[in-house]
Design a protein. Sequence first.
Length: 338
Amino acid sequence: MTDLLTLRDAHVVHKARTGGLFTRDRVFALTGADLTIAAGETVGVVGESGCGKSTLAKVLVGVQRPTQGTVELRGKDLWTMPPAARRQAVGTGTGMIFQDPSTALNRRLTVRQILRDPLDVHRRGTPAQREARVRELMSLVGLPKVLADALPGQLSGGQRQRVAIARALALEPELVVADEPTSALDVSVRAQILNLLLDLKERLGLALVFVSHDIQTVRRMSDRVITMYLGKIVEESPAAEITDAARHPYTRALFSATPGLLDPIEPIPLIGPVPSATRPPSGCPFRTRCWKATDECARTMPDFATNGAGAAHRYRCHHPVAAGETTRELVSQAKDSA
Ligand SMILES: Nc1ncnc2c1ncn2[C@@H]1O[C@H](COP(=O)(O)OP(=O)(O)OP(=O)(O)O)[C@@H](O)[C@H]1O
């Protein structure tokens, strides 16, 4: 597989939203992310709320500039390009689908206008070809032709998300990033939208980055799963290995807490809440809640280690879960150390 997009040591630091106008507090939303997305693969991103999943997604599609590090699309560094070249590379090479299509789509534009807009901005083909592309996009995502002149407010939530998906695909990108694409939708239409994404990915050979709280869905949709904790990528694993062969204690704890995934096993109990991204712990950020943590974990964050010979499964931990260790065993270890 060829590399499509590469992040190297990407950091995003925000000024804290709380703490008043003159606060110097900084939020470490993404810290030292290294990641390569290959053409045609689906990468799932999991982690608790606030761990930096959306920030990572925005960095991948060039919406968020990293405060440090590089983002290369097909080997070209996005943030050293002139702005016009970056807009062209990002606009045509990537597409983004947001959580809530009600806010992501312009309420005053019809479906036809929404889908024409990227074609007009990037001057794709003749006006007649653009109209034909709009019809093609609507059919690709299963929207009836009669909806071309409808406004987003006249559509159902599922139809709106189909419009958002069609818009993301308008310029035939190689990479689509979907950030919680079904969480604002009725449960009844979620499966339809997920199946549509999977189908489009296969038909168009897209690379897909899929961000979700829904771990079961991420596992089903993805070839590879990335676990994030407090701004850091702590594990990368083939999806087939993630549930009971994950090596990072946090990944195991996260999956053990997913209802229905490992039942009847109880969740691995973690100590205390997630620390603030304003003051992340030294060393490994998970160490304050980890039952395996030692002094070494407070001193340093280890580099990635690989699982056996293959580099496909990587994790950053001083005390990884042993191969073959069951979640039941981890539950009792965590209880004993509490
Ligand atoms: N523009 C911003 N200004 C200040 N802090 C921000 C900004 N955007 C995100 N953050 C903070 O950065 C951290 C990471 O946020 P992010 O939205 O990437 O997490 P997330 O994993 O996607 O969360 P969720 O699952 O709740 O959407 C959080 O602490 C968040 O509050």
